[in-house]
Design a protein around this ligand. Structure first.
Ligand code: WT7
Length: 638
């Protein structure tokens, strides 16, 4: 059964897993309800207290400035830089000798970086960026495989006050082109290529093709990772290793961290929305630092001796917040793996948990469902006893996958932290803490300082157990500040449907115990394997194929991916439907958008259901495909 319908028909509302006494005894937050109550009494005082866990160059004057709603500002007047807390303060202590990063390539190469070493590489690369003329506020696009240089590039950019825009390495030409162009990046950082599932992904080639379509950046820095033969344009393209090995007189190992206002931008990250081109979600140094730091400590109970593994990619918000920033802010040891979970065998992940003694493992429902299919013999070959906590993110986890994960990976002793949040929220919003009772498929309750509600069309709370729109009632420090270059769209998308509430875009229900159950998206966002794609961006990619006149794309339930893409295409005159053409279109989409955007099914049609104003009614396509009633189609005109 699909997770969507599973959540609808069978929420495991009465299936409760209580934490063991030792989990409660060692938890960073032993009494979650008390902390929630304390925060609710004075939300600003609560966040101020959490902000004091970090270092500041200068203290804030105001915790929250809400004088210009919904453009909330946090810790105004405060001076900081996320790198001050992620690196600078650690290298002053014994942690300089602690591992910040353990990395394994898909082929099995190992690299480790202590806090000292990571800081040195970041300083050197920050100086490289400066020498290329990058200054505070400039944008830098990072398009990389999952390698340590991705982390170095992000931190170096932040250190000098520039704004990074990481584009997921699984995206392709057109998706990359649009993001480079919109961000007006001065520099692009990429690699010759990356390993993925035994194949070489030629990233530099994709960059070259994207740049033929864009107003070009001034420079491209290329990390040599695979040793591929790549085109290097004189005066534009530079090898990372050559820049990094310049004499110290030209590229010193020290670099001052730029003092930033709490509200200065740290990064933009493109994500898909309901309409039009992807939007660049903007996050800032101060509030974001406070939010990701507090949530990782509370939810994953992070301890000095932990080895943390988040299986996401730095190209998505999960990677930004919980591979790169939060673990470093906490001074933790983070493990990162380059490749595919099933390469060369379906026990690759389990073998690395054993090999590196991972204690906390944070992954996705899609991955769990995918690995489940190979059976328990693969995890059973490995000693997974180092694990003490598990996590899930990106889409609702169906109870069946939850139980499998709990039993076969966590050996019934590791609580699963199902964290609900978004690119826009920056940090976990609805999530358990280890000392809480769990229900498979529920993210439990809003974290301390967060207030959520399920409401109807009028913005009124619905009865417990009823489905409605999920909203957030109060601002929070790690919230997005705006859409880069498009503040109107920020207001329109998130703060217009309900006055004073943040509109999430998910439907949900709350049960009698106050636990939240996410049902799915209510807009035209499709979550394929937990990856967020927009129908609008997909449809415009389809019509760049020479044979396609019109396209409509919907998401339908899928056993492993959660949701899969189905495309309905009208062909231009002179083109005949057929499997060969469908395959060619699939290839085209993979080339333009990336493999994750490949449709599960293509159907050639003569007409598409539309409203009188010409808007495609995806709801109707969805209902038809699932053999359901088409609901109110009075505005329909084919
Ligand atoms: C959307 C945000 C932020 C993490 C990566 C995704 C869905 C996310 C859960 C969860 C049910 C979830 C929602 C949300 N989602 N986590 N634990 N349970 N649904 O970030 O790409 O911005 O997508 O992912 O639909 O709105 P994103």
């Amino acid at each position: 059964m699909s997770q969507e319908s599973a959540a609808k028909q069978n929420p495991a509302v009465d299936e409760i897993y209580h934490p063991s006494p030792d989990i409660v005894a060692q938890a960073n937050v032993p009494d979650p309800e008390r902390l929630r109550e304390e925060a609710a009494r004075d939300i600003q005082a609560y966040w101020a207290k959490r902000a004091e866990e970090l270092e500041w160059y200068a203290p804030w004057e105001k915790v929250l400035d809400d004088s210009n709603k919904p453009f909330y500002q946090w810790f105004t007047g405060g001076k900081t830089n996320i790198v001050l807390n992620a690196l600078d303060r650690h290298v002053r202590t014994w942690r300089r000798n602690k591992l910040a990063l353990i990395w394994e390539s898909e082929k099995g190469d190992l690299r480790t970086l202590s806090y000292h070493a990571l800081n040195r590489e970041v300083c050197k690369f920050a100086n490289v960026l400066k020498s290329m003329g990058v200054v505070k506020g400039d944008r830098v696009t990072i398009y990389m495989p999952r390698i340590p240089e991705t982390v170095i590039a992000m931190l170096a950019t932040a250190k000098i006050g520039a704004i990074h825009s990481v584009v997921y390495g699984g995206f392709s030409v057109e998706a990359l082109h649009g993001r480079i162009e919109d961000s007006e990046s001065k520099v692009i950082i990429t690699a010759d290529g990356g390993n993925m599932n035994g194949k070489k992904v030629e990233l530099k080639k994709i960059v070259d093709e994207a740049l033929q379509r864009s107003g070009a950046p001034e420079h491209v820095v290329v990390v040599r990772h695979l040793g591929l033969d790549v085109m290097m344009e004189q005066g534009r393209d530079y090898w990372y290793h050559e820049l990094m090995s310049l004499p110290l007189t030209r590229n010193p190992m020290r670099c001052e961290t730029e003092v930033m206002d709490a509200e200065d931008p740290l990064f933009i990250l493109y994500t898909s929305g309901t309409t039009g081109k992807p939007k660049a979600i903007l996050h800032t140094h101060g509030g974001y630092s406070v939010g990701v730091h507090a949530t990782l400590k509370d939810v994953f109970d992070l301890k000095e001796e932990d080895r943390w593994w988040c299986t996401a990619d730095p190209g998505w918000i999960t990677g930004h917040s919980y591979i790169v920033y939060a673990p470093l802010l906490a001074g933790a040891t983070s493990f990162m793996y380059e490749g595919a979970p099933t390469y060369p065998y379906p026990d690759r992940w389990w073998s690395m948990i054993e090999k590196y003694g991972i204690t906390i493992f944070y992954s996705t429902p899609t991955a769990i469902r995918g690995l489940m299919r190979f059976g328990t013999s693969w995890p059973n070959r490995h000693d997974l006893s180092s694990l003490r906590l598990l996590g899930s993110v990106g889409e609702p986890i169906n109870p069946e996958a939850w139980r499998w994960f709990h039993k076969n990976i966590g050996k019934e002793k590791c609580p699963i932290m199902d964290t609900w949040w978004q690119t826009e929220t920056g940090a976990f919003m609805i999530a358990p803490m280890p000392a809480m009772p769990l229900k498979p498929g529920s993210g439990t309750k809003p974290l301390p300082g967060i207030t959520a509600e399920v409401v109807n069309e009028e913005g009124k709370p619905v009865k417990d157990g009823d489905e409605g729109f999920l909203v957030l009632k109060n601002p929070w420090p790690a919230m997005m500040r705006t859409i880069f270059k498009d503040p109107d769209r920020y207001v329109q998308t998130y703060w217009s449907k309900f006055k004073d509430f943040y509109f999430v875009g998910d439907s949900a229900r709350r049960d009698k115990d106050g636990y939240f159950w996410i049902i799915g998206r209510v807009d035209d966002v499709i979550k394929v394997s937990g990856y967020r794609l927009g129908t609008a961006e997909l449809e415009s990619a389809f019509i760049t194929h020479h044979a396609v006149a019109e396209a409509a794309v919907i998401g339908l339930p899928h056993e492993v991916k959660g949701v899969a893409i189905h495309a309905y295409l009208i062909l231009k005159a002179g083109h005949e439907p057929g499997e060969e053409l469908a395959e060619d279109i699939r290839k085209h989409i993979a080339h333009e958008m990336g493999p994750i955007a490949k449709p599960e099914k293509i159907e050639f049609v003569k007409t598409l259901p539309k409203t009188r104003s010409g808007k495609i009614m995806r709801r109707v396509l969805k209902a038809r495909a699932q053999g359901m009633s088409e609901g109110d189609i009075s505005t329909l005109e084919e």
